[in-house]
Design a protein around this ligand. Structure first.
Ligand code: SAM
Length: 217
């Protein structure tokens, strides 16, 4: 899998891509994460990527030409590729969506800033418009990072084999249950006795009872 992120702030991705699991996955050649500075696809002296909105309005809007050129140059020769535009008005990003994306060869993420991106990017360039939640971020970079982490976990070899297989098998959703580790008692806060019992059947029942399904619908 290749993640190509189009952004005005590629430096935000430097520490992110050096995080342990992503770093290891890249070193093993399982995936790559590259953040590209949108200004690279401008020609003018000041490398301008935004302009005032037609018809008036607050703030600046990101221009269509550099985004078009960026996607054109990054998309070439990769067969299973999708272009994603991050926007708060987009379809909600879910675990189910991450499973679908994990089967692709390339994801190109367009990160907006300011008042957003010229509407023609949504209409003619992006395959999908995606939101990570009903709130407004300053830019699409955090959304791209959330998607990269979620999708990467679903690519074979990125996380531990057991967790990976368990999550992939769960067709009806991913069960998240409360987890505890040492010590058994901290202050007066006790680990549920059943988890210390060694009774696997009872433990499984407890996990089912206290777990919550997330992800697939
Ligand atoms: N009114 C603008 C709009 O609806 O696009 C808000 C723009 S926001 C300040 C700047 C950029 O942040 C957006 O273009 C988008 O890329 C990103 N963004 C903000 N909230 C987001 C969300 N919930 N999910 C995904 N991206 C988001």
């Amino acid at each position: 899998m290749r993640f190509d992120v189009i952004t005005m702030f590629p430096e935000l991705f430097e520490p992110f891509t050096k995080e342990s699991l992503l770093k290891r996955a890249q070193a093993k050649g399982i995936l790559s994460v590259e953040a590209h500075n949108l200004r690279k696809w401008t020609k003018d002296k000041h490398r301008v990527v935004d302009a005032k909105p037609y018809g008036g309005g607050l703030g600046m809007v990101m221009k269509i030409e550099p985004i078009f050129k960026a996607v054109q140059s990054l998309k070439s020769k990769i067969p299973k590729s999708k272009v994603i535009l991050f926007t708060p008005r987009g379809k909600k990003f879910t675990q189910q969506k991450a499973h679908a994306w994990a089967k692709l060869d390339q994801l190109i993420f367009i990160c907006g800033r300011y008042e957003g991106v010229d509407e023609r990017a949504a209409k003619h360039i992006a395959d999908e418009e995606i939101s990570i939640g009903d709130y407004v971020l300053m830019g699409g970079e955090v959304a791209a990072m959330a998607a990269i982490e979620t999708v990467s976990r679903l690519i074979p070899g990125v996380i531990g084999k057991e967790t990976f297989l368990k999550e992939r098998k769960q067709k009806t959703g991913f069960l998240e249950y409360p987890q505890y580790t040492r010590p058994e008692v901290f202050r007066t806060w006790q680990v549920p006795k059943v988890l210390l019992s060694g009774n696997h059947k009872k433990i499984e029942e407890w996990k089912k009872k206290h777990g919550r399904l997330i992800g697939r619908k």
